[in-house]
Ligand binder design. Sequence first.
Ligand SMILES: Cc1cc2nc3c(=O)[nH]c(=O)nc-3n(C[C@H](O)[C@H](O)[C@H](O)COP(=O)(O)OP(=O)(O)OC[C@H]3O[C@@H](n4cnc5c(N)ncnc54)[C@H](O)[C@@H]3O)c2cc1C
Length: 507
Amino acid sequence: MKKSKIQIVWFKRDLRITDHKPLFEASKISIPILPLYVVENEYWQQSFSNRRHWCFIHDSLMELRKELKKLGQSLIIRQGSVKDIFSELAVNFNIISIYAHEETGNMWTYNRDKCVKNWCDQKQISFKEFPTNGIVRCLKNRDDWSKIRNLRMKEDLTPKPHSLTPIEGIRDGLIPKKNNPIFKNDFIGKVQKGGRDEALKIINSFLNDRGKNYLYNISKPGISEKTCSRISPHLTWGTITSKEIIKLLNLEKDKLKQNKLKLLNKNLNAIKSRLSWRCHFIQKLESQPTIETSCMHPFYDELRKENFNHEYYEAWKKGLTGYPFIDACMRSLNFNGWITFRMRAMLVSFASYDLWLDWRITGHHLAQTFTDYEPGIHYSQLQMQSGVTGINTLRIYNPIKQSMDHDKNGKFIKKWVGELRQVPEAWIHEPWKMDLKTQENINCFIGTDYPEPIVNHTIAIKNAKTKISSIFKKNGYRNKSTMVFKKLGSRTKTKSTKTKSSQLQLI
Ligand SMILES: Cc1cc2nc3c(=O)[nH]c(=O)nc-3n(C[C@H](O)[C@H](O)[C@H](O)COP(=O)(O)OP(=O)(O)OC[C@H]3O[C@@H](n4cnc5c(N)ncnc54)[C@H](O)[C@@H]3O)c2cc1C
């Protein structure tokens, strides 16, 4: 029997039908479209994946399926290796083309995409990939990047197709449940709700109300949860695009001109520039996929590779370092799957400088914990906050100063570190300084009920600085930094990045 012709639209981290170029372009051709999502068992065994991500994807797939059904053809779900699933579909159908977004992900997804491309070439199936947000594949010169990205962001949104032709003789397939055992690396806590409806709700509530004090609260843990946009997991898993958000921000700016707006202009500008940073960081991974596992500046590659201290790592992951603010931030992050930028940076700084742990390992815990785990931002930021890029100022966060600055009366600490609930405000940032009498009075003994500081910050930082400055002084360090800058550096900060590449900043 003659096989019927189909085109496949392969959904990956683009779980929407609006502003979805592969779907729209496929819909222009009069061959039925099979919308496909594959649950890849091997992906879910990787050290960066986590059930928390799946919970978000699950919500998003349920909604995507509904939306596609409304157009005429349900989302088809299969489980296994993508190449095997395509081969199985090819037994019953004549696959003419496969449409997908270009994905900038881990080396695992990069290799998987290469394997799919080879399979398509062998079978003479055309594999059509479309850019994601402002990321440019095969970028020749970083100088041109922001111009290309900004032009892309100005393009019109891609419309939804009007309808899809139903495909006969194919079962939909079940969306695996959130508690399915294939999703390993469990967590205890909450997950932000996924799905397109939620993406729109959350961005609109931010623009109409929650974002009024966005910049004012951006570094305050406990408050920033409500006043930041919280759109990040939606961008990661693609229920909304950067371009859509930029268009919404521009509308708000127009309203501002007519004095109808509640959000301040500087808040809108701040979000806009962060969306640009988003693309900027992901572009680094696109241009150099090895930054998932190798330092941008190769001189740092061996720096923390030896003598990994597993006890420190466990203490850091569990929020048992003896530094109340670090522990509160980590416990809050473990539970909520989100914490604001500064606290992410501080947690990495503490792991990399104070505990001298390798970012390649600490990064796994954070990747699994962040609902918004986005490889391009993640690995670039891990490297920046660990001081191994060779092109950024090294920022070392002081956990006591940060605690005093951002949780003055210790409310956030007391919420997350229950052992310290009775500690008087005067000692909340440094409970190890409490005298024994006070410890007796509040029945909280440091070293028994809550750990002594795992390391002495001042000494640990002194040692870290010595090790790092030995790298600055090596022959050829500057030349390599210049090369890294040429390939990956931000052009908006040309002068400062060049001069600050070997400077330390204590914050
Ligand atoms: C070590 C470390 C790891 C990080 N890992 C991730 C990650 O895996 N995924 C992720 O989305 N963000 C990551 N970030 C960046 C940032 O912390 C989050 O994007 C932000 O906290 C998300 O919350 P929001 O959506 O409310 O952000 P908002 O402040 O409301 O910003 C809006 C959007 O801008 C983008 N954005 C904001 N800050 C940054 C930034 N510094 N760099 C790049 N893009 C930014 C995000 O897409 C965000 O959703 C990381 C930061 C650090 C220091």
